[in-house]
Ligand binder design. Structure first.
Ligand code: NAP
Length: 285
């Protein structure tokens, strides 16, 4: 790749803090190399107080596109010129496209989730009943996509129930055809779990081997599926329990790859080679 860098090389990257564990450079550079594009994707560690400077730098240096990750996904909105509808409803941006200094923000996380649910679990959201754990940034990105794809019932379970209520009220304004409810872990959700087609974890619980004491996966129907957005570690206690019970399950690696593929398409106008992003990051995860 380095041998191809010259006066016309285009620059892409990811901004976050910290960013050193990001798998996006591996995914994107694998596709850039496979397609022999004259571009390069690099990580930029941007502290929250430097976010405005970093966005000015994107314009000044004519960086063609960046991914945005924690903790900038919402804060970055204030610095952009336009938001795609995907970002408006998610209230967060994970892709910025730079067209001659005019910056548009997109959210490809939700569609990335849908693609991974389909490809990894053959799950289709249309008409489905979903129990979603969490009401943070990942949940905000997932919800509009799940509603748009036709989910019929969505129960948001969150530790801070007021955050779940806010999210559900906002989504119901846009997707009145999906029955959305918000509860805390203290409420009895037995009947919801028993009727759920999908149990979706959008929280960070499980990254350090924690488990959900109040969620009994044995209540799920036999054909119910479990998806955990966490991909490091690859098997969280939630997924280990799903496996023990014989439930189909997947971690968030497929979502990570799929949101990257959609970002690549937004920037380059073409989809990258199928499955290359996922294989580029699966080797070490
Ligand atoms: P966030 O905005 O900080 O939200 C964190 C969520 O986790 C909140 O709902 C929070 O509940 C909940 N939570 C945290 N600690 C908890 C605990 N001890 N008990 C119960 N709930 C707890 O973070 P995020 O951006 O949504 O990210 C969440 C996870 O999704 C991360 O692991 C991230 O890596 C993953 N993710 C994966 C992908 C992918 O492509 N696979 C994409 C995005 C995110 P409260 O509201 O009560 O605090």
């Amino acid at each position: 790749m380095l041998s191809r860098i010259n006066g016309t090389t285009e620059l892409f990257g990811i901004i976050g803090h910290p960013v050193k564990h990001s798998l996006s450079p591996q995914m994107h550079n694998a596709c850039i190399n496979a397609l022999k594009l004259n571009s390069v994707f690099i990580p930029f560690d941007v502290k929250p107080e430097k976010l405005g400077d970093a966005i000015t730098g994107i314009r000044a240096l004519n960086i063609k596109g960046v991914n945005v990750t924690i903790p900038h996904k919402s804060a970055v909105i204030a610095y952009l010129d336009r938001l795609d509808q995907s970002a408006v409803l998610a209230g967060a941006v994970n892709v910025i496209k730079n067209e001659n200094g005019f910056l548009t923000g997109y959210n490809s996380d939700g569609d990335g989730l849908l693609k991974s649910l389909h490809d990894d679990l053959s799950f289709v959201a249309d008409g489905s009943k979903i129990v979603m754990l969490g009401a943070g940034g990942a949940a905000s990105g997932a919800l509009p996509a799940l509603c748009r794809a036709g989910a019929s019932e969505l129960l948001i379970v969150n530790r801070s129930v007021e955050k779940a209520e806010q999210l559900s009220a906002f989504m119901m304004q846009h997707y009145p055809e999906t029955a959305i409810k918000a509860v805390s872990y203290n409420e009895d959700i037995t009947s919801c779990l028993a009727g759920a087609d999908l149990l979706l974890n959008t929280t960070s619980l499980g990254m350090n081997a924690e488990s959900f004491d109040c969620i009994d996966l044995a209540l799920l129907p036999k054909n119910g599926v479990v998806y955990d957005m966490i991909y490091a570690p690859p098997i969280t206690p939630l997924l280990a329990e799903a496996s023990r019970l014989g439930l189909r399950h997947a971690n968030g690696l497929g979502m990570l790859a799929a949101q990257g593929e959609l970002a690549f398409k937004i920037w380059n106008g073409i989809m990258p080679p199928p499955a290359l992003m996922k294989s580029a990051i699966s080797e070490n995860n």
